[in-house]
Design a protein around this ligand. Structure first.
Ligand SMILES: [Zn+2]
Length: 71
């Protein structure tokens, strides 16, 4: 196995953790989008961010670390 010095771990746990940022950006975008088309604003919908973060963290805790590499 010839691994590079900078090999990215591809176990499910690390993959899910890497999704946190994109998911939060998507959630923020969707919230502002909803704010454009409905009478609900960010002030009404911000808890959605907590739900999204919770789902990602929950998924991460359930995700397997099998094949985890690096520290
Ligand atoms: Zn990993």
């Amino acid at each position: 196995m010839a691994d590079g010095t900078k090999s990215r771990c591809t176990c499910m746990n690390c993959r899910v953790r890497g999704l946190m940022g994109p998911f939060m950006l998507i959630a923020v975008g969707v919230i502002f989008l909803i704010g454009q088309f409905t009478r609900y604003g960010f002030g009404d919908l911000w808890p959605v961010l907590l739900v999204v973060a919770g789902i990602v963290l929950l998924t991460q805790s359930l995700a397997s670390r099998a094949g985890h590499t690096g520290s």
